[in-house]
Design a protein around this ligand. Structure first.
Ligand code: ARG
Length: 285
C-alpha cells in the first residue's frame, strides 16, 4: 500500500511538472513540492504555465522602452502603427514578433533615449529596443541579447563643409549629437565635452546643423540617411566614425527574460523573419 501511495505521489508530481513545462524553463514548477497535489487536481497550472513564469513587471505584458525618433528603427506611425502601438519601424516589428513568441502582450513606452536606458534599470520597463549599441560600460548596468543589426556612427555636414573626413572631427568646432547615445559618448571621449552639444533627438541635432549652431552631427547611419533625405543641403561623409552592434537590453540579472527573448530573437533570425522586417524598412542602396 505504501508503495502504491509513493508511486501515485510520484505520478502526480510528474503530471504537475508536465503541465507547467510549456516552452519555457520548467525550473520554477519544481520549487514547491507542497503545491504539486493542488496543481494536479485543479489543472490550473496549464493555464499559467505557458509564460506565467517569465519575470516581467506586469503579468501578461512585455513593456518596451524606446525613443521613437530614430527612423527606420522606431518612429511614430501615421495610423495605428504596428500591433496598435502607434509606432512603426524595425525594432517595433521585432518587438511585436518577440512578444508573440513569448506569449506576452506588447506595450511600448516612448520616451527620451537616455530615459529608456534608466527605465529598464529601474524596473519600469522589461526591455529596451532602440537601436541600442552594445558597450562594455552599458554591460555593467544591463544584460543584452546577441546582436541583431549593425550600427555605424556617421558624420552629417552641410554640403559645403570644410569637414571632409571623420578625421576632421578633431577640428570640427561644435559636434551635435543625441543625448546619451554612443555618438555623444565617443565624441566627448575623443574631443572633449566643450566640443559636443547634446540634443533631445537626432532631428533637433540636425536642425541645429541647418541653423548653423553646430558644425556637424554624429549619429547612426540609418537615421542619418533619413534626415539627409528630408533636408536638402546636407550630406553624410563617406568615412564612418565607429562601427557597432545593436542589441536588446533587459535589466542586469534578469537572466530568465534575457534568455527567453534572446532565444526568440535567434528564432526570428533563423526563420528569416528578421530579414523580412529589415527589407520592409531598408531598401537596397
Ligand atoms: N546606437 C546609439 C546608441 O546606442 C543611438 C541609439 C539611439 N536610439 C534611439 N531610439 N533614439 O547610443
Amino acid at each position: 500500500m505504501k508503495k502504491l501511495l509513493a508511486l501515485l505521489l510520484a505520478l502526480t508530481m510528474c503530471m504537475a511538472l508536465a503541465a507547467c513545462g510549456g516552452s519555457n524553463e520548467s525550473a520554477p514548477a519544481a520549487e514547491e513540492p507542497a503545491q504539486t497535489e493542488q496543481a494536479a487536481e485543479g489543472g490550473d497550472a496549464a493555464q499559467t504555465g505557458e509564460t506565467g513564469d517569465l519575470p516581467v513587471i506586469e503579468p501578461g505584458k512585455l513593456i518596451m522602452a524606446t525613443n521613437a525618433q530614430f527612423p527606420p528603427y522606431e518612429m511614430v506611425a501615421d495610423g495605428e502603427g504596428v500591433a496598435g502601438t502607434g509606432l512603426e519601424g524595425i525594432d517595433v516589428e521585432i518587438a511585436a514578433a518577440l512578444a508573440e513568441k513569448v506569449g506576452l502582450e506588447l506595450q511600448i513606452d516612448d520616451m527620451e533615449f537616455d530615459s529608456a536606458l534608466v527605465a529598464v534599470q529601474h524596473g519600469q520597463a522589461d526591455m529596451v529596443l532602440a537601436g541600442l549599441t552594445y558597450t562594455e560600460e552599458r554591460d555593467e548596468l544591463m544584460d543584452f541579447s546577441d546582436p541583431y543589426a549593425q550600427g555605424v556612427q556617421v558624420v552629417i555636414v552641410k554640403e559645403d563643409s570644410p569637414i571632409q573626413t571623420a578625421d576632421d572631427l578633431a577640428n570640427a568646432g561644435l559636434i551635435g549629437t543625441q543625448r546619451g547615445t554612443t555618438g555623444y559618448i565617443y565624441c566627448t571621449g575623443d574631443y572633449g565635452e566643450d566640443h559636443v552639444s547634446p540634443y533631445d533627438n537626432g532631428a533637433t541635432a540636425v536642425q541645429a546643423l541647418l541653423n548653423g549652431q553646430v558644425d556637424c552631427v554624429v549619429i547612426d547611419k540609418m537615421p542619418a540617411q533619413t534626415f539627409v533625405a528630408e533636408n536638402p543641403g546636407l550630406k553624410i561623409l563617406e568615412t564612418s566614425y565607429v562601427v557597432e552592434d545593436y542589441v536588446l537590453a533587459v535589466n542586469e540579472g534578469n537572466t530568465q527574460l534575457q534568455t527567453a527573448l534572446n532565444d526568440a530573437l535567434n528564432e526570428l533570425k533563423a526563420d528569416g523573419t528578421l530579414q523580412t522586417i529589415v527589407d520592409k524598412y531598408i531598401t537596397a542602396e
